[in-house]
Every structure is written in structure tokens, then in C-alpha cells.
Ligand binder design. Structure first.
Ligand SMILES: Cc1cc2nc3c(=O)[nH]c(=O)nc-3n(C[C@H](O)[C@H](O)[C@H](O)COP(=O)(O)OP(=O)(O)OC[C@H]3O[C@@H](n4cnc5c(N)ncnc54)[C@H](O)[C@@H]3O)c2cc1C
Ligand SMILES: *[C@@H]1O[C@H](CO)[C@@H](O)[C@H](O)[C@H]1NC(C)=O
Ligand SMILES: *[C@@H]1O[C@H](CO)[C@@H](O)[C@H](O)[C@H]1NC(C)=O
Ligand SMILES: *[C@@H]1O[C@H](CO)[C@@H](O)[C@H](O)[C@H]1NC(C)=O
Ligand SMILES: *[C@@H]1O[C@H](CO)[C@@H](O)[C@H](O)[C@H]1NC(C)=O
Ligand SMILES: *[C@@H]1O[C@H](CO)[C@@H](O)[C@H](O)[C@H]1NC(C)=O
Ligand SMILES: *[C@@H]1O[C@H](CO)[C@@H](O)[C@H](O)[C@H]1NC(C)=O
Ligand SMILES: *[C@@H]1O[C@H](CO)[C@@H](O)[C@H](O)[C@H]1NC(C)=O
Ligand SMILES: *[C@@H]1O[C@H](CO)[C@@H](O)[C@H](O)[C@H]1NC(C)=O
Ligand SMILES: *[C@@H]1O[C@H](CO)[C@@H](O)[C@H](O)[C@H]1NC(C)=O
Ligand SMILES: *[C@@H]1O[C@H](CO)[C@@H](O)[C@H](O)[C@H]1NC(C)=O
Ligand SMILES: *[C@@H]1O[C@H](CO)[C@@H](O)[C@H](O)[C@H]1NC(C)=O
Ligand SMILES: *[C@@H]1O[C@H](CO)[C@@H](O)[C@H](O)[C@H]1NC(C)=O
Length: 630
């Protein structure tokens, strides 16, 4: 079966190459290493100064969607600058096969191996609220950015979420109904193929939430496999009083339980990232230039007008000028970092690092909004990812994936539920703060059924006990966190990573919710007694039962769910902490926008990538409109 696996690995590799065939000239040797990509429409000019209409910094989730739309207009020269390369080559099947996503160096322990060819390897400051742990914070350093690292869950926030956004930025175009066209035309939805899922893995969703007329290149579908543990989710969630979601989490309502779709290409069951969707189409149809392994070190200004960027490839520095605009899409940590390195940020902080101030903007890097999650694990009597430890099972899984696009390796996201806690279960302080800060349809908690053993969340590649049992985990993520952190400069050297300080649990209400959620998780498991074997395996009720013990467990075992946002938050002109206006233009300077998750004013509930893509396409429309009538 070793042989089968190797063949499978190579086969996937070949499939990928075929997919890229039209715009990639490449030589691959027999074992798939030593692969030398020659990008016919991006090489030729790197390492020398050049001028474009638009220069986009960061070929990640948002950056490539913006690039696609600007390039497809056919009117402008557009360049994208990305520090990484192509994940298909740099990390192979691990990044391409949805079921392998959790094994790509994920977990909080900064000592476990991170795949540094596709990840920045960021580590947070020691977090007081997490028992002084410093957490490895995965961020994609590759075309596709975090869409190439993510587990692929695709959903949208609630109507109230977007109403709050519209209110905060004083622009009704952020209301759900007005964003819907962008949500819709970013993607193509393929209905689930129920003949490939178990008969008990039926999906409920609202097809009117997806495009019929002008679908976009991002592929959304359901895995050709329903995780067996997920099929038991309904009995667990009914045990805490939740019912089946009638709309499937993309219609502006987040309540109840159900299967979520994922960014999976239904044709080959491969990951659909911003690279394999937006970039691929743009490279086939337009003259978009892509600079890979190109690290942007500075935004260049003439007075307060952004004129281009400085960047480095393999140690060589050069510059790209932008006739029209520089668009910063470097993500939640690096968009504010690059702004500060270039002189836009809190004045005193910049000066303390010897950086000349272009514009004093106190909100840059502040307002970091993130959430944590943690859960409990059981032995279960259905197959989970634990079974992949068996070579025979793994070989079969690889075979099913490769030759039939089915089986456990197709699995990305799975079964989730959203809940607003009963008001009576919250302290009066929490009730008031939550009511004041979040809309009334904003769920407090998201529960996730995980197809394997997460243990203490330190490293998913090694957490499974590998003792012949199948393990499952149910975790809870807090969607209404009130703690806020920040990103700041370590030094004025652009190659030094920023200081990342999420301040988890610095607001005690977040801990109150986490403790309540932990207890609900136990109750969910109690409703799944038909599938569990023995008592709770981790942490175990003997070790953790009092509120004090639960709190301690949460501090020692929580991980972030990689959703950090809002470090260059959008706001109205009179909000001194806002960094960009409702067209994502940086206040106080000209010809510079920030378009990625850092520009969202807060972290929406659920999983954010759908919102990031919609924002990118919405702002790209603004950019095109502004180009017509500046
Ligand atoms: C492990 C993991 C799992 C996740 N799971 C999900 C999920 O299931 N569902 C969901 O909705 N969301 C998920 N997310 C979150 C989601 O992927 C991110 O919120 C979203 O993709 C962020 O998009 P972005 O455009 O803001 O940034 P990114 O996609 O991170 O893009 C930033 C890009 O800029 C590049 N860059 C940065 N600095 C520079 C520089 N100086 N020079 C050149 N290039 C630079 C980076 O390399 C990167 O490609 C997950 C994230 C992770 C990490
Ligand atoms: C993925 O590739 C790695 C390295 O080539 C190989 O060891 C592994 O078996 C492959 N997995 C699958 C499912 O193809
Ligand atoms: C793969 O090929 C390269 C170049 O031909 C060679 O150097 C390397 O040893 C090979 N690796 C394996 C694992 O066979
Ligand atoms: C669903 O899968 C079956 C094979 O299991 C296949 O025959 C059928 O064509 C698929 N349906 C669609 C709509 O792709
Ligand atoms: C492909 O998957 C379907 C659905 O699981 C199954 O019925 C069929 O036998 C599989 N075909 C092969 C060749 O494995
Ligand atoms: C997407 O929707 C927006 C808003 O309706 C529209 O302006 C744009 O042309 C659409 N784009 C595509 C590619 O259909
Ligand atoms: C659903 O079907 C799968 C596959 O047969 C099985 O493992 C699982 O236990 C079933 N779930 C329920 C709730 O019966
Ligand atoms: C900077 O802008 C001013 C005013 O628009 C212009 O006159 C000058 O030539 C610019 N300088 C450079 C170096 O481009
Ligand atoms: C390239 O741009 C840099 C500014 O980053 C400038 O110093 C250098 O002179 C330019 N080189 C050429 C050949 O124009
Ligand atoms: C929002 O929550 C904070 C606690 O973090 C609280 O101080 C504040 O009053 C709340 N806002 C409103 C409008 O209730
Ligand atoms: C987390 O659990 C693993 C076992 O899965 C163990 O090796 C590791 O030491 C634990 N880490 C901490 C910090 O407790
Ligand atoms: C970031 O937050 C930390 C902890 O709250 C604080 O000590 C530090 O001064 C802040 N840094 C900046 C630049 O605001
Ligand atoms: C769980 O098992 C009990 C007793 O064996 C049975 O009555 C019940 O229907 C099962 N529940 C589900 C959801 O299958």
C-alpha cells in the first residue's frame, strides 16, 4: 500500500499540472521534485523597475479577487506582488487535497514544524489569558494566501452583522441585501451529489442565496463524503434544543445545525482557492502580471500620494510604480505592518522606531478582533481521521480520492451549529455588553464537529493517540468576543515579523461565554451516546469539572480559529480609529486602499472568507468606477 500512496501522490501532482497547463511552462522530473516553474506571463520582467496602473500587494484571498476584476476589465495594466509561490508546487497534495488540510502544520505549538514554504510562521506574544502561551498563528505565504491554508468552510454573516457594518461606516451599501450580488457573483455553487454522500448525510440549503446568472470562478460544493460523526450531530444538537438550519448559513441567518459547503472544486474535489479560481482565470484571459517570491518592503509616497512600492526578490531590491493606485491586500497582520513601515500609523509608535511619519493614523494595527475555540474529545464507534493511521484505510482513501473523487480525503468542512445562549444563563454585565455590541441575530457560539482528535490543539498532525480507536472532537468558537488586541512594529526592518498581540480573554465576558460553551459541548456529546465509546477521553470529567477547572482548561488548551480581522478597520470620517473609508481608501493619504480582512470593521460571526471575497469584488467595482471618473 506504500506503493499505492506514492502513486496517488504523484497522480494528484500530475492532475494539478494538467490543470495549470495553459499558462505554465514547466519541467518536472520523475519524482516530482526539482520542479521549475517558468511563468510565461510574469517572468521576463521581474527584478527590474516597472510601471503599472494598479499594483496589488499580496496575492492572497482578497488580492487575487481584486486583481481578477481589475484585469478582466481589459482597460488597465495590473500587477500582483506575492511573497510566496504556487502552493501546488511548494506543498503538493497537502494543500490540494481538502482532507489533508488539518495536517499541514496546524496547531498552536510554535515548536511543531510549520510548512514554511507556504506559511509565514508567525508567533504571538505570550498571552496572559492563555496561561502565558505564545501561539503559532498560521498565515498563508503563497498565491491564494489563507485561502490555500483554510479548511474551506464557506458561509456568510447575519443580516444584523452587515447592518452593523453599514451603520458603522455610514454607508448602506454594506447591508446584506446590497452585498448579496457580490456574495453571489464571486462563486459558482454545485449542488451536493447525494449519491456520493451517505444516505444520512443529506444537505439542506437555500439555493436562492447563490448565483444563477453571473457566477464567479470560486467553486463551492459539498464534499463527496459525509463525515459519519457529523451524521450524529443532529442528535447532539437537538439535545441542547437546536434544530436543523433551514437555509444552510448563507442567507443572512445563522442558527441551528447543518452541513456547511466548502471551497471545493466538484470536478476533481481539489481545494478551490483564490489562486485556482480567480488567478487561474485571470492568467488565462488577461495580461495580469504576477510577481512571485516578491516581498514588498515599503509603500512609496510623494508627499501623501502613494506612487508605488519597493520590493525584493532573492535579495534584489527594485520598485514598481502605480500610475493609478496601490492596493494593499497583505492580510490582517501585514497590511497594517506595511502601512506602519511606510509611515502611516500611530505617530509616536512610528517615531519610536525611527520611521518618518507620512500620516498620523492612530487606528493602524489596533482593534485586532479575533476569537478562540476549544472542545472535548471522545472515542467513537464510527470511522474518523484516526483511521488514516491504518495503511490499508489510508491507501483506500487515497484510491477513492484519486480515481473517484470520493471518500474521507474529499472532506473539508463538515457539521456545525450556531447558538444564541439563553439570556438567563448570562451575567447581567455580559447581557448588557453583548446587547450593546452585537446585533440581536448574532450567534454567541459556533459548535464544530471535528473528524478527529484535537486534544490540546497543539499539533493536529500528532495529536491522535494512534491506539486503534477512532476519536472525534466537538469544539466551540466564541462569535461575540469583546477582547481586542493589536499588531505593532518590532523594528523598522521590514523583514522582521510584526508583534502580534491578540489579548485573548482580556475581557472577562469572553471567558464567561467560553465556560458556558464548554458545558454546552458536554451536553451535545451527551446527546450522542449511541456513537461515543466510554467516558469523555479528553480532558475527562474527573480532571475538569468545576468552573475553576474548566477555566484553567480553557486557558491551557484554546487555540485561535485563524479569523483575526479589523486591524485597518473601515469607518466614517469622524471615527479617529478608522483607517479606511467605505471605499477602502486609506484616510489622510491618496491613491492607497486596503482590501482584505483587516479592512472589515469587526470579525463577522461564522467563517469569514465569503465576506472577504465579497468585499474584494465590491471594492474592485469602486476602483473601476473611480478610474472612470476620478
Ligand atoms: C488554517 C486556517 C484555516 C481557516 N479556515 C477557514 C475556513 O474554513 N473558512 C473561512 O471562511 N475562513 C477560514 N480561515 C480564515 C480565512 O482564510 C482568512 O480570514 C482569509 O483568507 C483572509 O484573507 P486576506 O485576503 O485578508 O489575507 P490572506 O489570504 O492571508 O492574503 C494575504 C497575502 O499577502 C501576502 N503578503 C503579505 N505580506 C506581503 C508582503 N510584504 N509582500 C508580498 N506579499 C505579502 C501573503 O503571503 C498572502 O498571500 C482560515 C485560515 C487559516 C489560516
Ligand atoms: C501526499 O504526498 C506525500 C509526499 O509525496 C505522500 O507521502 C502522501 O502519501 C501523499 N498522500 C496522498 C493521499 O496522496
Ligand atoms: C528526486 O530527483 C532529484 C533530482 O533528479 C534527486 O536529486 C532526488 O534525490 C530525488 N529524490 C528522491 C526522493 O528520489
Ligand atoms: C453523482 O455521482 C454519481 C456517481 O456516484 C454520478 O454517476 C452522477 O453523474 C453524479 N451526479 C452529478 C450531478 O454529478
Ligand atoms: C465511486 O464512488 C461511488 C459512491 O461512493 C461508489 O458507488 C463507486 O463504487 C465508486 N467507484 C469506484 C471505482 O471506486
Ligand atoms: C457582480 O455584481 C455586481 C453588482 O451587481 C455587478 O456590478 C458586477 O458587474 C457583477 N460582476 C459580474 C462578473 O457579474
Ligand atoms: C450514517 O451512515 C454512516 C455510514 O453508514 C454511519 O457510519 C453512521 O453511523 C450513520 N449515522 C447515523 C446517525 O445513523
Ligand atoms: C511629487 O508630486 C508633485 C506634485 O504633484 C510633482 O510636482 C512632483 O514632480 C512629484 N515628485 C516626484 C518625485 O514624482
Ligand atoms: C528603481 O527604483 C528605485 C527606487 O526603489 C530607484 O532607487 C532606482 O534608481 C530605480 N532603478 C532604475 C534603474 O530606475
Ligand atoms: C461593548 O462592550 C464593552 C465591553 O467590552 C462595554 O464596555 C461597552 O459598553 C459595550 N458597548 C455598548 C454600546 O454597550
Ligand atoms: C499536548 O498534547 C500532546 C499529546 O497529544 C503532548 O505531547 C504535548 O506535550 C501537549 N502539550 C502541552 C503543552 O500540554
Ligand atoms: C499593544 O497592546 C499591548 C497590550 O495591550 C500594549 O502593551 C501595547 O502598548 C500596544 N501597542 C501599541 C503600539 O499600541
Ligand atoms: C440510540 O440508541 C437507542 C437504543 O439503542 C435507540 O433507541 C435510539 O433510536 C438510537 N438513536 C439514534 C439517533 O439512532
Amino acid at each position: 500500500m506504500q506503493r499505492t500512496l506514492r502513486i496517488a501522490a504523484f497522480g494528484v501532482f500530475l492532475l494539478q499540472c494538467c490543470c495549470l497547463d495553459n499558462f505554465l511552462l514547466a519541467e518536472a522530473n520523475e519524482n516530482g521534485s526539482g520542479y521549475q516553474p517558468l511563468w510565461s506571463n510574469s517572468f521576463g520582467v521581474p527584478f527590474v523597475n516597472a510601471t503599472y496602473d494598479y499594483v496589488i500587494v499580496g496575492g492572497g484571498t482578497a488580492g487575487l479577487a481584486v486583481a481578477w476584476k481589475l484585469a478582466l476589465s481589459g482597460k488597465y495594466d495590473v500587477a500582483v506582488v506575492e511573497a510566496g509561490g504556487f502552493y501546488e508546487q511548494d506543498n503538493g497534495n497537502g494543500s490540494v487535497i481538502p482532507g489533508l488540510a488539518p495536517l499541514q502544520g496546524l496547531g498552536w505549538d510554535s515548536n511543531h514544524p510549520a510548512p514554511l514554504l507556504i506559511d509565514w510562521g508567525f508567533v504571538t506574544e505570550p498571552q496572559k489569558g492563555l496561561d502565558d502561551r505564545s501561539l503559532f498563528y498560521a498565515r498563508g505565504k503563497t498565491l491564494g494566501g489563507c485561502s490555500a491554508r483554510a479548511h474551506g468552510a464557506f458561509m456568510r454573516g447575519t443580516k444584523g452583522t452587515y447592518q452593523k457594518w453599514a451603520d458603522e461606516v455610514n454607508d448602506p451599501s454594506y447591508e446584506f441585501d446590497q452585498l448579496l450580488p457580490y456574495f453571489k457573483n464571486s462563486s459558482t455553487l454545485t449542488p451536493p451529489n447525494h449519491s456520493k454522500r451517505f444516505p444520512n448525510g443529506t444537505v439542506v440549503y437555500d439555493e436562492t442565496a447563490y448565483a444563477t446568472k453571473t457566477p464567479g470562478p470560486l467553486q463551492i460544493s459539498w464534499p463527496n463524503w459525509a463525515i459519519p460523526l457529523g451524521t450524529w450531530g443532529s442528535s447532539g444538537f437537538e439535545n441542547i434544543g437546536l434544530s436543523t438550519s433551514k437555509t444552510g448559513f448563507s442567507s443572512g441567518v445563522l442558527e441551528g445545525h447543518g452541513w456547511i459547503p466548502g471551497t471545493i472544486n466538484p470536478v476533481d474535489s481539489h481545494r478551490s482557492s483564490s489562486q485556482s479560481s480567480f488567478l487561474k482565470e485571470a492568467m488565462l484571459k488577461t495580461s495580469l502580471k504576477v510577481y512571485t517570491r516578491a516581498f514588498a518592503t515599503k509603500i512609496l509616497f510623494n508627499q501623501t500620494t502613494a506612487t508605488g512600492i519597493e520590493l525584493r526578490t532573492e535579495g534584489v531590491s527594485y520598485s514598481l510604480s502605480a500610475r493609478k493606485e496601490v492596493i494593499l491586500s497583505a492580510g490582517v497582520f501585514q497590511s497594517p505592518h506595511l502601512l506602519m513601515l511606510s509611515g502611516v500609523g500611530p505617530k509616536e509608535h512610528l517615531q519610536s522606531h525611527g520611521i518618518p511619519v507620512v500620516h498620523d493614523r492612530p487606528g493602524v494595527g489596533q482593534n485586532l478582533h479575533d476569537k478562540t475555540y476549544v472542545g472535548t474529545g471522545f472515542r467513537v464507534n464510527v470511522e474518523t481521521s484516526s483511521s488514516l493511521d491504518s495503511p490499508e484505510y489510508a491507501a483506500e482513501a487515497a484510491h477513492d480520492f484519486l480515481y473517484n473523487q470520493t471518500g474521507p480525503l474529499t472532506n473539508g468542512p463538515a457539521y456545525v451549529a450556531f447558538e444564541r445562549l439563553p439570556t438567563s444563563s448570562l451575567s447581567p454585565t455580559a447581557q448588557a455588553a453583548l446587547q450593546g455590541n452585537f446585533s440581536s441575530d448574532w450567534p454567541h457560539i459556533e459548535y464544530l464537529i471535528e473528524n478527529g482528535f484535537s486534544g490540546n490543539n497543539s499539533d493536529y498532525a500528532t495529536s491522535d493517540p494512534k491506539d486503534g480507536y477512532n476519536y472525534g472532537t466537538i469544539s466551540a468558537a466564541i462569535s461575540t468576543t469583546l477582547s481586542r488586541g493589536n499588531v505593532s512594529l518590532r523594528s523598522n526592518d521590514p523583514l522582521q515579523p510584526p508583534v502580534i498581540n491578540p489579548n485573548y480573554y482580556s475581557n472577562p465576558i469572553d471567558m464567561e461565554l467560553a465556560i458556558a460553551a464548554f458545558k454546552r459541548v458536554r451536553k451535545i456529546w451527551a446527546g450522542m451516546a449511541n456513537v461515543t465509546i466510554g467516558p469523555e477521553h479528553y480532558p475527562g470529567t474527573a480532571a475538569v469539572s468545576t468552573d475553576g477547572e474548566i477555566e484553567q482548561y480553557i486557558r491551557q488548551n484554546s487555540i485561535m480559529i485563524w479569523h483575526a480581522s479589523a486591524t485597518c478597520k473601515m469607518g466614517s470620517a469622524n471615527d479617529s480609529m478608522a483607517v479606511v473609508d467605505s471605499k477602502a481608501r486609506v484616510f489622510g493619504v491618496e491613491r492607497l486602499r486596503v482590501v482584505d480582512i483587516s479592512a472589515i470593521p469587526f470579525l463577522p460571526p461564522g467563517h469569514p472568507q465569503g465576506t472577504v471575497y465579497a468585499l474584494a469584488l465590491k471594492i474592485a467595482d469602486d476602483v473601476l468606477r473611480d478610474a472612470e471618473s476620478p
